[in-house]
Design a binder for this molecule. Structure first.
Ligand SMILES: [Zn+2]
Length: 143
């Protein structure tokens, strides 16, 4: 088996990148500024706090989504292909408005979504009803 040669892979990566960007390898080897990091620095400046403190406040405000139980890309694909979601995911939908919104946007047909959400209603009951205020269209009963 060939030995893993990081330098060689890196050189190829840079040369491919230089070619793609029609620029020199020297320019292509420069680090790309992170949009996220720049935004974070600006936020930190605006709030008069350290970048680390800005990052922490960022992660606190978004830590509700995704949770470990949130729908993964693979599960979303299964759902779009009309495969059944597993029990844990169905229960999770009863308490996660973000995942419900994701399914709503990705849903292949209203019929499939209605069937799934009826499942949520049946298995989770009260939790699903709690979401009614946020997403009344999702929790309409299946005719
Ligand atoms: Zn979720």
């Amino acid at each position: 088996m060939a030995k893993f040669n990081f330098e060689k892979i890196w050189e190829k990566f840079i040369s491919d990148r230089a070619h793609r960007l029609s620029t020199s390898e020297k320019f292509a080897a420069k680090p790309v500024p992170s949009v996220y990091l720049n935004a974070l620095k600006k936020k930190a400046e605006r709030l008069g706090v350290s970048v680390d403190a800005a990052r922490r406040s960022e992660s606190r405000s978004t830590d509700a989504y995704p949770t470990p139980n949130c729908i993964s890309p693979a599960e979303l694909t299964d759902f779009i292909n009309s495969e059944e979601l597993d029990e844990i995911t169905i229960h999770h939908l009863g308490e996660c408005a973000a995942c419900c919104a994701l399914l709503e946007m990705a849903t292949p047909s209203e019929e499939i979504l209605k069937v799934l959400l009826e499942e949520v209603r049946i298995r989770v009951g009260a939790h699903a009803v709690n979401l009614e205020a946020d997403m009344p269209q999702i929790f309409e009963p299946v005719p």
